[in-house]
Design a protein. Structure first.
Length: 107
């Protein structure tokens, strides 16, 4: 695809990443969608972990949506998420993306 579009990928190796603030409008869109689909059952929280969004945020608007892991186990081979939580997370993400696209397309 890169050859067809003329897009030139670049890989840059870095050993550390600086903290980067995600886009407040994206965070608000996620929170608003979560409030609609999971009222009282969501938490707006910061993340100090080195996620892809941290790297992307220096170039593009980004934000993160977390879904709960069963037993709170995360970043471990036994990590698992309930199917209902995955579906709910996808609905929240879809609604947030729609809101973001609508807001970005307004003149």
């Amino acid at each position: 695809m890169a050859i067809k579009t003329g897009c030139r990928p670049e890989i840059k190796r870095t050993d550390t990443f600086n903290p980067w603030q995600t886009d407040w409008r994206f965070r608000d869109a996620i929170e608003n969608a979560a409030a609609l689909h999971a009222p009282g059952a969501y938490v707006r929280m910061p993340s100090g972990a080195g996620h892809d969004a941290q790297v992307v945020a220096s170039k593009l608007k980004s934000a993160m949506l977390f879904v709960p892991s069963i037993g709170g186990i995360s970043h471990h081979w036994t990590e698992n998420t309930d199917d209902d939580d995955l579906v709910l997370g996808c609905q929240v993400l879809a609604d947030a993306a729609e809101a973001i696209l609508r807001a970005e397309s307004k003149p």
